[in-house]
Ligand binder design. Structure first.
Ligand code: F0G
Length: 451
């Protein structure tokens, strides 16, 4: 088989700047070893997130110029609405400025004290919005989804028995909806199968509960289904996407991922009563119904992004480039979350740095190491992110998220070379100690010193 190439040519470029190791040492000290606190200009390869960091196509930029900035009923709105309705089969579409705005509206309406919301794994903003409403967020991913080394084609699947048990335990009245995140970001960017979605749907039908998707990475999930699920190989990805959404009563979407735009989100609903209330809240805090929190040009770019993201050449390249990085890191000797996810590779820092106790943040040590060695920015998903208030998370991961259509294979080869160098010197990685930390979401602003 030939190399799977980037299915595009590059028309606009943005320079990136190499720094010296000495410079980076100063930058790290200045930022108290928190990579959220450094200037993006001082980063050579930025793998902090795949959210809002994608490169738009010439057609998307053309859409930016076409954008209709009318307050109500803009043409750009109908372009987006029609695209979403065709692709996802929802008649009613609410535009929001990003995913968490959709979550905030949804859980303000269905959450509340005493309520319990199951998900395979809540993403942190989803959890925060559920909890902000007073409800409890429960993660019910299958057990394979909690073990980095275990290989399973759909590690994002929900544990159906655990879902049944939860409903029995707390009672269906306390569960406003069941949510499934596709792909499962907090669980390693792992996909959910159609069979599993159908099984969740059957449980929901049995107990008369609505099913919602957190569908930020719906296209990547659909392509995993096409590649891995028996009987799905010959199908058009668009049909698989449609099958996924047809099972759901609603969805929250951050278009900053598979919308391939820098800002934007959607809330999709079918229930007329919920739509009426959500429309009211949308106008209250996001904007009028035909633009949400966005400009007309943003709506055009998003519509075009949704068209492009379901192209199979794109999806094949996308999933293969993540796998390419995962394969190489595994070959170096790093334990990654297996198999590699759709948008990111997650490295298990606990096995990489057995000399650093969990209380000294092995994940953050690796994040600092990758920047120090090579100017690469990544993010810790472990004790820094989830360990406030004395919790000890099961895994200490570092996520290398790949922005869409931004980096070429040689950029990724550079990352691999840097990781190999770091792996040889892994015993030199140093633990950290928190010297200053806010009460919540501490990973964004905490300050550290090296032990
Ligand atoms: N749901 C999932 C699964 C996500 O990954 C994100 C964002 C959101 C919801 C919230 O969307 O940022 O547009 O408000 N994930 C980003 C990340 C931030 O880096 O994984 P948002």
């Amino acid at each position: 088989m030939k190399t799977i190439i980037e299915p595009f040519r590059i028309k606009v470029v943005e320079p990136i700047r190499m720094t010296s190791r000495e410079e980076r040492e100063g930058i790290l000290r200045e930022a108290s070893y928190n990579l959220f606190l450094i200037k993006a200009e001082d980063v050579l390869i930025d793998l902090l997130t795949d959210s809002g960091t994608g490169a738009m196509s010439s057609q998307q930029w053309a859409g930016i110029m076409r954008g209709d900035e009318s307050y109500a009923g803009a043409r750009s709105w109908f372009v987006l609405k029609d695209t979403v309705s065709r692709l996802m089969g929802f008649e009613h579409v609410l535009p929001t400025h990003q995913g968490r705005a959709s979550e905030r509206i949804l859980f303000e309406l269905v959450g509340g004290p005493d309520k319990v919301v199951p998900n395979n794994n809540h993403f942190d903003t989803t959890r925060a919005n559920v909890e902000h409403s007073g409800a409890k967020a429960v993660d019910l991913v299958i057990s394979e989804g909690r073990q980095p080394a275990t290989i399973h084609p759909f590690k994002g699947n929900m544990d159906i028995e655990a879902l049944e048990a939860l409903i029995k335990d707390v009672g269906r009245e306390r569960i406003p909806l069941v949510m499934v995140t596709v792909t499962n970001n907090s669980g390693g960017g792992q996909p959910v199968s159609l069979a599993n979605l159908r099984a969740v749907r059957a449980v929901c039908d049995k107990h008369k509960l609505p099913l919602f998707l957190d569908a930020c990475r719906f296209a990547e999930n659909a392509y995993f289904i096409k590649m891995r699920e028996p009987g799905q190989q010959g199908r058009d990805v668009r049909d698989i996407v449609r099958d996924m959404f047809d099972l759901a009563d609603g969805a929250t979407i951050s278009a900053k991922k598979d919308g391939i735009v820098n800002i934007g989100g959607l809330l999709l609903l079918r229930d007329p009563e919920l739509i009426r209330k959500a429309d009211e809240l949308l106008i209250l805090t996001e904007g009028y119904l035909t633009y949400g929190g966005m400009a007309g040009r943003d709506l055009e770019a998003m519509a075009q992004g949704f068209e492009e993201v379901v192209h199979e050449d794109y999806l094949q390249y996308r999933l293969r480039s993540t796998e390419y990085l995962g394969d190489a890191l595994r070959k170096i000797g790093m334990q990654i979350v297996e198999p590699p996810g759709g948008h990111a590779v997650y490295v298990d820092a606990k096995t990489l740095c057995p000399h650093i106790p969990q209380a000294q943040f092995p994940g953050q040590a690796l994040v600092v190491g990758l920047y120090r060695f090579a100017g690469i920015r990544t993010v810790e998903i472990g004790s820094v992110m989830f360990g406030g208030g004395g919790t000890v998370p099961a895994m200490e991961l570092v996520r290398l998220a790949i922005p869409r259509r931004v980096y070429t294979q040689s950029h990724i080869d550079y990352v691999i070379e840097a990781a190999a160098e770091l792996y040889k010197e892994r015993e030199s990685l140093r633990g950290l100690e928190i010297v200053e930390s806010p009460p919540t979401l501490r990973h964004f602003t905490a300050r550290f010193k090296e032990v």
